[in-house]
Design a protein. Structure first.
Ligand SMILES: [Zn+2]
Length: 266
């Protein structure tokens, strides 16, 4: 089984492909979050992993991020879409907004964030963490689907599993950052280290605690909001999958050019 495009579904997004084949994989980093389903959307072959497992057994800080990206690459995947639920740091980007971020701030701690931790130093560029081609397609289909769409913005990734305090949230907002989540890192850097394209489709489910109108949030509220929007999200992901370029012209695939790797990539 091979796939060109990988989708890593977030909270509330546990399935994507009907009539798909299930593959149980393991990797040098252990098994991924769940069985991988491989099927087709239009003419594209797609591999889907539910980020937290289908039963949501992995909290954000325990997700096997390295295994998930490695598994996708080993199936042939070179472009990854990452739908996820986020809180908004700006009152004008309320629930139901789709943000396609172009920058990221890492506020996690203690998560393994590299494949290259022995056998020589490998320093990849992360100046622009997201795929420009994938972002452009996602933005255009979010707009076409009549989502309130934000093209660009900064995702701050917190360690979790707790939500932010009001002071933390106000600090993030004061820095001009746009949305807050718990899984966008190290997923994005691990994708980059494997020379994969990576595009985040971040669905705002709530206003974060430091935004004036925000009351704070519970996990049940996040899941309930996502459940009401999951059919629309599936449509957006499917539209984006179908429109991703077949040949990559973005810089993502040449990330590792000229770098001596300590092992071969799958
Ligand atoms: Zn790319």
């Amino acid at each position: 089984m091979r796939a060109d495009i990988g989708v890593i579904g977030g909270s509330g997004f546990y399935s994507l492909l009907d009539d798909a084949e299930e593959i149980t994989l393991t990797t040098p980093y252990g098994p991924p979050s769940d069985v991988v389903t491989v099927g087709r959307i239009g003419s594209r072959s797609v591999a889907f992993i539910p980020r937290h497992g289908r039963d949501h057994r992995f909290p954000p800080h325990r997700i096997p991020y390295r295994a998930n990206l490695w598994a996708l690459r080993s199936l042939g995947v070179r472009q990854v879409l990452a739908p996820s639920a986020v809180g908004s740091l700006k009152a004008e980007h309320g629930p139901g907004t789709i943000v396609v971020p172009d920058q990221i701030v890492d506020r996690t701690s203690g998560r393994v964030q590299t494949y290259y931790d022995m056998g020589g130093a490998v320093h990849v560029s992360f100046a622009d963490p997201y795929c420009p081609s994938g972002r452009a397609v996602a933005v255009s289909y979010a707009r076409a689907g009549e989502w309130n769409t934000v093209d660009g913005g900064t995702l701050v990734v917190i360690e979790g599993p707790r939500f932010s305090s009001r002071a933390e949230s106000r600090w993030f907002a004061a820095n001009g950052w746009t949305i807050v989540g718990m899984t966008g890192f190290p997923e994005s850097i691990l994708a980059r280290e494997l020379a994969l394209c990576y595009t985040s489709l971040s669905l705002v489910t709530d206003l974060d605690a430091g935004v004036e109108a925000g009351e704070g949030v519970t996990h049940d509220e996040v899941l309930a909001f996502f459940a009401r929007n999951v059919a629309r999200m599936r449509t957006l992901v499917a539209d984006t999958v179908k429109a991703l370029p077949e040949e990559r012209t973005c810089p993502c695939g040449s990330t590792l050019d000229g770098i001596k790797l300590p092992f071969d990539l799958p």
